[in-house]
Design a protein around this ligand. Structure first.
Ligand SMILES: [Zn+2]
Length: 100
């Protein structure tokens, strides 16, 4: 039986074994809360890498003993994000804004 210490996430209050620091003086958060702080483009890169390494996940910090974000977790977070407008869509949005 594994007996890893469990900590309570500073954001969602769920218990988790893996934790990430959001910086000095900020709470530690669980992997899924940590992902909410990552830019969508970066998440897409991580998802790509997770797919390539195919070992159940991707460790963006690459220090060997870090946490690996699973494809599922990354996909899950990305599905919560707004659609990123492509160039044409961004142009349309800008045009609509100037009309108002
Ligand atoms: Zn959390």
């Amino acid at each position: 039986m594994k007996n890893k210490p469990v900590v309570v996430c500073g954001q969602c209050n769920n218990e988790s074994i893996s934790f990430f620091s959001l910086g000095d003086g900020k709470p530690f958060v669980c992997p899924s809360c940590f992902l909410t702080t990552i830019h969508t483009r970066k998440l897409l890169q991580w998802l790509e890498k997770a797919r390539k390494c195919g070992q159940g996940g991707y460790d963006p910090f690459n220090n060997g003993n870090g946490y690996c974000f699973s494809i599922e977790l990354l996909k899950n977070e990305l599905s919560e994000r707004e659609h990123i407008p492509n160039k044409q869509e961004a142009k349309k949005i800008r045009q609509q804004k100037t009309k108002r």
